[in-house]
Design a binder for this molecule. Structure first.
Ligand code: PHE
Length: 346
């Protein structure tokens, strides 16, 4: 027994480690309830009484030395968090990364704030709509190609051949919200409707079947095309910088007459021509026009007393121009490497 004790004593005094797991093995081997030293105390019971005194003293010294060793090695260990069952090793460590806003949300908020400043209020409406609000009341002729299955996702149709105002579909533009506003409110009306829209298009870098719009509507007495132009010039300069120029090109929409498309001077080359503006110096950003009298009448607004203008833009497109994103699909893929690039203070 004495030999064994001195052997273990040597082992312990020679022992050294700087690793948490090795020190834990040391504790288990010598100091735990089932460890070597406990075992020796067990055996001590069978020692003849005459030897008990000496062996007892040596055993106590051994236990003390082992504890001392353990404590001194432990205090010298490098700092690391203790590993316990309650630790989640997959948890991100401090400082915890915060999320960032989606670029579409950032630009949507910016557009809304610009129009808020000149008195436009936000209105929202359903994404699942009827033909009446998306097409019929907006002066789309029954055979208009935009109602076609190729563009519109139908939820249910009354007849397979002809479209009917009761058909249920996913809205293809947020002009439908403006119809609802006109139905429920008397002029003056000054509203913008941001929201998600759906068109049955093949997904590519330049097209997607889901995208976001902000459409605007202003109806009052004596609203003129000059008011439309000035409002859009204000918007373009707030959005893209005070040197921005706009131009309006004649266009066609069933719900506006006259209609136009608006270009802004290319902010990348300053109008000199580059591959983003296809060397024209201009970028198309929205459609607009004076609200067609048929639309006003369909919504019970007297077209002799009131006139109005409307406009509509795609948020994805504006975001592409603002941040020079070259593939629409990036907005929908939730790739953190893309999303993390859009840090904002709000
Ligand atoms: N609703 C049109 C679209 O989705 C945009 C637009 C709105 C055009 C208002 C003119 C006036 O493309």
């Amino acid at each position: 027994m004495l030999n064994k004790i001195s052997e273990i004593l040597n082992e312990i005094s020679a022992y050294s480690t700087q690793k948490h797991d090795e020190l834990e093995s040391f504790r288990l081997k010598y100091l735990s309830k089932k460890g070597i030293i406990s075992e020796l105390f067990e055996d001590f019971r069978n020692i003849p009484p005459l030897e008990k005194r000496e062996i007892g003293q040596k055993l106590n010294i051994l236990k003390e030395k082992a504890l001392e060793k353990y404590n001194s090695l432990k205090s010298d260990l490098p700092e690391t968090a203790p590993i316990s069952d309650s630790s989640d090793l997959s948890k991100p460590s401090f400082p915890f990364p915060t999320g960032s806003r989606h670029p579409i949300s950032i630009v949507r908020k910016e557009i809304i704030e610009i129009f808020n400043r000149i008195g436009f209020v936000v209105s929202e409406g359903p994404e699942i709509e009827d033909d009446n609000h998306v097409f019929t009341k907006l002066n789309f002729a029954p055979e208009h190609p935009a109602r076609d299955m190729q563009d519109t996702f139908y939820v249910s149709r009354i007849s397979a051949e002809d479209s009917s105002p009761e058909d249920i579909l996913l809205r293809t533009h947020t002009s439908s919200v403006q119809v609802r506003v006109m139905e429920g409110q008397k002029p003056p009306i000054r509203t913008i409707s941001p929201g998600r829209v759906f068109r049955n298009e093949a997904i590519s870098a330049r097209a997607h079947c889901i995208f976001h719009q902000v459409e605007g509507l202003y109806i009052d007495t004596n609203v003129s095309f000059a008011d439309l132009k000035q409002t859009l010039l204000y918007f373009a300069r707030e959005m893209f910088g005070k040197d921005t120029e706009i131009r309006l090109r004649p266009s066609y929409f069933p719900f506006t007459e006259p209609s136009a498309e608006m270009d802004v001077s290319c902010r990348i080359c300053g109008g000199k021509g580059c591959n983003v503006c296809k060397y024209t110096g201009w970028l198309e950003i929205l459609g607009c026009g004076m609200v067609h009298p048929n639309v006003l009448e369909a919504c019970n607004i007297d077209s002799k007393e009131y006139t109005g203008f409307a406009f509509g833009m795609g948020i994805e497109r504006l975001t592409m121009l603002k941040y020079r994103v070259n593939d629409l699909r990036l907005y929908f893929e939730n790739d953190l490497r893309f999303l993390e690039q859009f840090r904002t203070s709000f």
